[in-house]
Design a protein. Structure first.
Length: 343
């Protein structure tokens, strides 16, 4: 019996088993499937009961009826992301599976998984920068909708990367006149005073990740000119004191290493026509004694109009899948410690 949408699918059912075929049209087949059919391997990992077989421009799914129907819904969304963006990643497959199977029926008017994940923020050297999870999409939307946004979550969730993309987008659209990137210079193991060179040489390792992020978001030859002109400024947090930052997109990175006083100082630098994004991971505080300003600030500012706290989780990690498992293991370990002390 032909598929009701006329999209080139057929089905044959026997003993609660099902076979369906999806036409892989509108995409570069080699790029879509990846090296050695990497995409099929990811689909099989997410849907272990279903067999996937690609031949020419047809992807065949076989297995238990319910599992095949669910897998077909995922494939439809993965294919739509590929058509919209030109490429899909393993993370797209994992996140679309999570989003599709979590909702048996999408409420009318709510964007599909493909719509949520395929909206580009920037295109840099032919590659699109976009949110890759529902949590990341909510974070990006919050940056659009609020003057100050806090992005809080573990490593690999795209907190700084997406904030940087939104900053470059705002600059390109002339919504702001400059981008200011800052982070606290706090030692994590080594002592700042023992590093060789001048003060600027010693500070550079703390700011290097921000320079790298700028370079990944813009054409290489443009970055030095923008830095020289002051259109992009990268500086330690201490350099923000006493300033008013007008018409700027300001990002405070590694905010878990600010003291409450530093956090207050930074937030009160906000000027007219500006937007601020504060990113950090409250599980990675390097301050030796003082309380973390990022931990304190949520209790002070939650509920204040035009300020949003975006909580990212291990589900939003877009690095190697093992990173998510590492984060979960450490979270479980931290949760056990109080009970072990009591025992």
């Amino acid at each position: 019996m032909p598929h009701p949408d006329g999209g080139g699918r057929s089905e044959a059912s026997e003993s609660a088993r099902l076979e369906r075929s999806v036409l892989l049209t509108g995409v570069d087949l080699a790029q879509f499937l990846g090296h050695r059919d990497r995409l099929i391997g990811e689909l099989e990992g997410q849907h272990p009961e279903v067999e996937f077989h690609a031949r020419d421009h047809v992807l065949t799914l076989r297995g238990p009826a319910t599992a095949v129907v669910d897998a077909e819904r995922v494939v439809d969304q993965v294919l739509e992301v590929a058509r919209r963006t030109g490429a899909v990643s393993r993370n797209d497959v994992r996140e679309i599976t999570r989003m599709v199977l979590r909702r048996s029926a999408r409420p009318e008017g709510e964007p599909s998984a493909a719509q949520l994940l395929s909206e580009a923020i920037l295109t840099v050297r032919g590659q699109t920068v976009r949110a890759q999870t529902r949590g990341q999409r909510s974070y990006v939307d919050a940056i659009d909708d609020h003057t100050i946004t806090f992005g809080i979550g573990p490593a690999g969730t795209g907190k700084t990367y997406l904030a940087m993309a939104k900053a470059v987008q705002a600059l390109q659209r002339r919504e702001v006149a400059r981008i200011i990137l800052t982070r606290p210079a706090v030692e994590a193991g080594e002592r700042l005073g023992y590093l060789p060179g001048t003060l600027e040489d010693k500070i550079d390792p703390y700011l290097r990740p921000l320079f790298d992020a700028v370079g990944s978001m813009m054409e290489t030859e443009a970055v030095p000119k923008l830095l020289q002109s002051g259109t992009i400024e990268v500086a330690p947090l201490a350099y923000m004191r006493g300033r008013t930052l007008n018409e700027s997109f300001v990002i405070l990175d590694e905010a878990q290493n600010t003291t409450p006083e530093q956090m207050k100082m930074f937030l009160t630098r906000l000027g007219y026509g500006s937007k601020m994004v504060v990113t950090g991971d409250v599980t990675q505080v390097d301050l030796p004694l003082a309380a973390s300003g990022l931990r304190v600030v949520s209790g002070i500012l939650k509920g204040v109009d035009d300020i949003h706290f975006a909580e990212l989780t291990a589900d939003d990690i877009v690095r190697h899948s093992l990173v998510g498992r590492i984060v979960d293991a450490y979270s479980a370990y931290e949760a056990r410690k109080p009970r072990e002390k009591q025992a």
